[in-house]
Design a protein around this ligand. Structure first.
Ligand SMILES: [Ca+2]
Ligand SMILES: [Ca+2]
Ligand SMILES: [Ca+2]
Length: 322
């Protein structure tokens, strides 16, 4: 028994050593809200650290609960979860102050479809019950009161945007919440806090814009080739074969790839791969090509169209200079 324990301990330690890949969170950097999302503080606004917020967006279309869940997902977001009473109040204040927002009913993340009477958020965390979250939906019986016929949580205008349970096939707008990725430090250096965006695919141009919205932020630059190993290891550990990642590097008229800082991203090995054919990249003539770490080719660089929303939307990596 003891030997077995020692053996399994040994196996665990060796495996974790082999796969150990060290990184730490950059706790002092918080992502900003993307364009089109508004900020909702989750604590008392006057007291809050300016980083305790959610990024929320009201849908432009209406649909059933499951259609709206998909709608949010397509935007790198999920149906809104409300983590505290202060977050609820700050959200209601924002809705009340905006006459367009105030006119609609909204699906949010809660449901009791899995087990009747047990309301859960998107990923299974329990939702609070009772006041001050739930209303009565006008019948003087506090919701949830719909039994098996009403399994989805709506914030209806008619009941001052309190929570009520409704039939999931009703058609309403939704509130989506941006899924925020943490900043991690996987190597030492001046731009060493990286954010791997894997809940949202963007063109290279959109990715640059997203990263620049973060104070001190930019699309990740491979300014030293040594960084490539750490980044590839992190992608393989955390996001194995999920997809490719845009990084800094855009072709200009002279054919070279330039970093946003103005320096040149070198051509050839060991940066570039051959992507999906047998010719080493960059192999697309022209000037509107950008650098992608291609999951088809061991995350070596490939040149792809910078701004082709039909065919070239990918994950991306932001970095912050601190
Ligand atoms: Ca009721
Ligand atoms: Ca129910
Ligand atoms: Ca109800």
């Amino acid at each position: 028994m003891f030997r077995k324990f020692v053996l399994s301990l040994f196996v665990c330690v060796s495996i974790s050593e082999i796969f150990a890949h060290s990184y730490e969170l950059c706790d002092d950097i918080k992502p900003e809200c993307r364009d089109g999302f508004f900020k909702v503080f989750t604590t008392e606004v006057s007291l809050s650290r300016q980083d305790e917020f959610q990024c929320v967006q009201a849908s432009t279309i209406s649909g059933t609960r499951s259609e709206m869940k998909e709608y949010c997902f397509q935007r790198g977001a999920q149906l809104l979860e409300i983590p505290s009473v202060m977050a609820f109040k700050n959200l209601l204040d924002h809705i009340k102050d905006d006459s367009e927002l105030a006119r609609h009913d909204y699906w949010i993340g809660g449901s009791d479809s899995d087990q009747e009477g047990s309301f859960l958020w998107n990923h299974g965390d329990p939702m609070p019950v009772g006041s001050p979250f739930w209303g009565d939906d006008i019948d003087e019986i506090q919701d949830p009161d719909g039994g098996r016929g009403e399994n989805c949580v709506l914030m209806p205008k008619s009941d001052h945007h309190y929570f009520v349970d409704r039939d999931c096939s009703e058609v309403h707008k939704a509130l989506c919440e941006e899924v925020k990725a943490p900043f991690v430090r996987i190597f030492d250096g001046p731009n060493s806090c990286l954010q791997f965006l894997t809940s949202y695919k963007a063109t290279w141009t959109e990715a640059v814009q997203y990263c620049r919205n973060i104070p001190g932020g930019n699309l990740f630059s491979l300014y030293r080739v040594e960084l490539m190993g750490s980044v590839v290891r992190h992608i393989k550990d955390k996001f194995s074969s999920m997809g490719s990642f845009w990084i800094d590097g855009k072709q200009r008229g002279d054919g070279h790839f330039y970093l946003l800082s103005g320096s040149i991203l070198p051509a050839g090995t060991p940066y570039w791969g051959r992507d999906v054919d047998d010719v080493q990249d960059p192999d697309e003539p022209g000037r509107d090509n950008c650098a992608l770490m291609s999951h088809h080719d061991f995350y070596y660089l490939a040149d792809r169209k910078c701004n082709d929303p039909e065919n070239e939307k990918h994950y991306f990596i932001c970095e912050v200079t601190i």
